[in-house]
Design a protein around this ligand. Structure first.
Ligand code: FCB
Length: 444
């Protein structure tokens, strides 16, 4: 059956990020991802994003693909080291010019530009000065936000400060699977606080520059306990705090979950929380999958006379009974309805309008019927949340095109458009044609 009708002014879009598509690495400052991908073993297929989709040189072709798809908006990210190669100090004029041209090209195509100011590519120089473990990075970020707003703000209708500070904390700084590759476990918590502070300072800097309609893109998902036993529910609750509440609570309620504020480094936590909870115009959610979590399985603390590192107080469990993507992620559309209604119930009238800023899946092949099924299922799930009264104003597919999927390299393909990495040829997949028809029918 055809998809249910969405509100007339519902915002349809596609998402990308700078490091994953731009390439032209030698035409910008270095980022933590350049350093990380240079270390053998960090990226599973041994690749880097030095060329990626070469979007930096082919953005006109890519904007034409966005326009022909018929979406209202395009979410991209601005590369901090392309604008400010050392993170602060002199602006790299050619880098800032690129975003100026991209925004013009989008406007001319009738597509609203939705920039994200940070999608994980911290300038290497900022990392060397302490990175997100240092409070100073939040201040540098706000200065950078002001530089970008001064240049493209006159044409940008909608802003995103950060992408997924939770994943960047967890994967980048606690577990070391992403750049900058730190394995700090719970000592990574300051990274969360400094990103949230950077967000709040950037909101203020953007507003001071005249920007409106500011949001953030956080990854969220329901956390399911492996059983209803006490140990499993406690473990799931703990994981739920780390993924969901540690970020959403300070942003939306102005305080950290109980017991966490004390763990965070701040000369004045109350003052920081005021900055962090600066009212948002909308709140973005990136949704991919629910997580099932249980108590850690027992294991020795010592092996051959060596003390093993401490175990995390939770362990992921497999979610059986659902199809999985090429990434192995379970496809559970109903979890999106569950997540959205839970957000409404938890945050009530503190919750600004929601936008799904990312949703999508990894499947190989041009005739990607599985992606069509995934998107169709999640759009229906989103519609059920609308019917239940949750205020969701838009939906962005991840991603416009196949791209550099972080530690996976080019092995995972999330695009509506296929990229041949040998020739850089773009080919719309079946899902692209499907979405174009969905959008055309909506306008009819
Ligand atoms: C999200 C990231 C995005 C992409 C998708 C698959 O966590 O924000 O860059 O990698 O996952």
């Amino acid at each position: 059956p055809p998809l249910p009708r969405f509100p007339r002014d519902f915002l349809w879009g596609v998402s990308t990020s700078a490091h994953q598509i731009e390439g032209a690495a030698d035409e910008r400052g270095a980022s933590v991802w350049d350093a990380f991908t240079a270390v053998p073993g960090n990226v599973k297929d041994g690749t880097t994003a030095a060329v990626a989709c070469d979007h930096y040189h082919r953005y006109r072709e890519d904007v034409a693909l966005v326009r022909d798809l018929g979406v209202d908006a395009y979410r991209f990210s601005v590369s901090w080291p392309r604008v400010l190669p050392t993170g602060s100090g002199p602006v790299h004029a050619a880098g800032l010019d690129f975003y100026d041209r991209l925004v013009d090209e989008l406007c001319a195509a009738g597509v609203r530009p939705v920039p994200t100011l940070f999608h994980w590519d911290t300038p290497l120089a900022v990392q060397e000065a302490g990175g997100w473990l240092s409070r100073d990075t939040a201040e540098r970020f706000a200065e950078y936000a002001a530089v970008v707003a001064a240049r493209i703000g006159d044409r940008v209708p909608k802003w995103i400060t950060l992408n997924e500070p939770a994943e960047h904390t967890l994967l980048g700084h606690a577990l070391g699977e992403h750049a900058p590759g730190q394995r700090l476990l719970f000592d990574a918590l300051p990274v969360a606080h400094h990103q949230l502070l950077a967000h709040g300072l950037a909101v203020r800097a953007l507003r001071a520059a005249g920007a409106r309609d500011i949001g953030i893109a956080n990854s969220h998902g329901p956390t399911w306990p492996a059983s209803d036993g006490d140990e499993d529910t406690a473990a799931a609750d703990f994981y739920d705090v780390l993924l969901n509440r540690l970020f959403a609570d300070p942003l939306l309620l102005g305080h950290y979950p109980e017991g966490y504020g004390e763990l965070l480094p701040s000369p004045d936590l109350a003052a920081d929380l005021k900055v962090i909870s600066e009212p948002l115009d909308w709140y973005g959610i990136n949704f991919y999958q629910p997580t099932k979590v249980g108590a850690p399985l027992p294991r020795p603390t010592e092996f051959s006379g060596l003390t093993l590192p401490p175990e995390l107080p939770f362990a992921p469990r497999e979610i059986g009974g659902y199809p999985t993507t090429d990434f192995g992620w379970p496809v559970v559309p109903g979890a999106l309805t569950e997540l959205l209604t839970a957000f409404r119930d938890r945050y009530g009238d503190r919750l600004p309008p929601l936008v799904i800023t990312e949703n999508g899946c990894s499947y190989a092949g041009l005739d990607d019927q599985e992606r069509i099924a995934y998107l169709d299922g999640h759009l229906r799930a989103l519609h059920r949340a609308l019917e239940a009264g949750v205020d969701v104003r838009g939906y962005f597919v991840w991603s416009l095109m196949d791209n550099f999927e972080w530690a996976e390299g080019y092995r995972q393909r999330f695009g509506l458009v296929h990229i041949d990495y040998a020739t850089l040829e773009r080919t719309p997949k079946a899902s692209y044609h499907w979405l174009r028809e969905v959008l055309r029918a909506r306008r009819a």
